[in-house]
Design a protein around this ligand. Structure first.
Ligand SMILES: Cc1ncc(COP(=O)(O)O)c(C=O)c1O
Length: 346
């Protein structure tokens, strides 16, 4: 372990820039929250404006949680509801502003009121992005000199070899990747245009473990394997297959399940008593050897055989749900009903 850059760091940067031809430079970190904080630091340095607009989930750091200082509900429509802010300095309360996906009007309003200099959005979580909306966001950011950042920590490398924005043909100034990039090893990347990224030279962004070698080696190996196997196509078709099977069970037991998410990150929801049933499913599926809730991040290892066995096991749980009242199912739970939010249990 040294603080020098290993050859694999250079090779990985080169590869990511090649996959994202709009970009020139890369900075690596270990977690998605760190990558987001790096991107925001660079964007603020480049735009010379403190205020930021956000849409989506971007990690645990002060800058992001500060959105909830004005109202605890501000982040409720951005993946994790109920995020508390104890320990986040109150002085940060008027810097970061959230708006909902596909709401260009709200974005413009935030700009006119707060003169944001950076915009960070998750372009895909439950759906593929709306290309017309993304194009309008890009145009607006160009016009107002706002640094546009796509947080693809979750969406990247699950639909194609790179960011989903490549499919939409709308390009940011900075994009972040993580999760799938290292296939379980800690590695995240902040990829950006030179004219923006080089503004980092007048700031301090550094951490001892960012030069640790395993993450780069893992990401290079993962990208090679993704290219060889087209893993993104596999996980999409596995996801489609699970969705089909869930719908068949839903029909069989007349459960009216709502299937959500895009195929490679898929989930289902009951129209009523969802939290009770979700908890019950986890409890009962554990007994059958499955770690399962109502959400699956599909992997290439979820083969048809594994999925079929899982569906067979789930069939028996759905049978119980169909044939018992919700209060009976609740009484069968060995622990509390799982919470929708991060709120305390008592
Ligand atoms: C889009 C997005 N950004 C940032 C993060 C934070 O990443 P990490 O949990 O690695 O800090 C996540 C994690 O779920 C994420 O989905």
């Amino acid at each position: 372990m040294t603080t020098l850059n290993c050859p694999e760091e250079y090779l990985l940067a080169k590869k990511l820039v090649k996959l994202h031809p709009w970009s020139d430079m890369v900075k690596f970190a270990r977690s998605g929250g760190e990558a987001n904080s790096i991107a925001i630091r660079i964007a603020r340095a480049a735009s010379k404006r403190d205020n930021v607009g956000i849409c989506g989930y971007h990690g645990w750091h002060d800058w992001y949680l500060s959105v909830n200082l004005r109202s605890k509900k501000n982040l409720n429509t951005h993946l994790l509801p109920g995020l508390e802010t104890d320990g986040v300095p109150k002085s940060l309360r008027n810097n970061v502003y959230a708006f909902n996906n596909n709401d260009l009007y709200a974005l413009k309003k935030i700009y006119h009121k707060h003169k944001i200099g950076s915009l960070i959005i998750e372009i895909a979580r439950n759906h593929m992005p709306n290309e017309t909306y993304l194009k309008s966001v890009r145009e607006f950011c160009n016009k107002k000199k706002i640094v546009l950042i796509f947080d693809e920590c979750t969406s990247g490398f699950r639909r194609n070899l790179g960011g989903i924005h490549l499919l939409a043909k709308v390009y940011p100034d900075i994009a972040m990747f993580g999760k799938a990039l290292g296939n379980g090893y800690a590695i995240t990347a902040v990829v950006g245009k030179k004219k923006v990224m080089e503004k980092a030279k007048n700031s301090f962004i550094s951490s001892t473990m960012w030069s640790e070698r395993v993450g780069f080696v893992a990401a290079l190996a993962t990208l090679k394997e993704m290219e060889r196997t087209k893993s993104f196509n596999q996980i999409i078709s596995n996801g489609k297959y699970i969705n089909k099977k869930w719908l068949e069970l839903s029909k069989k037991y007349n459960l009216n399940l709502k299937i959500k998410g895009f195929d490679c990150i898929t989930s289902f929801e009951f129209p009523k008593n969802n939290q009770i049933y979700k908890t019950f499913i986890s409890q009962e599926m554990l007994k059958k050897g499955y770690l399962a809730s109502n959400l699956i991040y599909i992997s290439t290892k979820h083969t048809k055989k594994i999925i079929d066995n899982y569906i067979q096991a789930l069939d028996k749980v759905f049978y119980l749900i169909k044939n018992n009242k919700a209060k009976v199912i609740k009484s069968l739970l060995k622990g509390p009903v799982s919470k929708k939010t991060f709120k305390r249990l008592n």
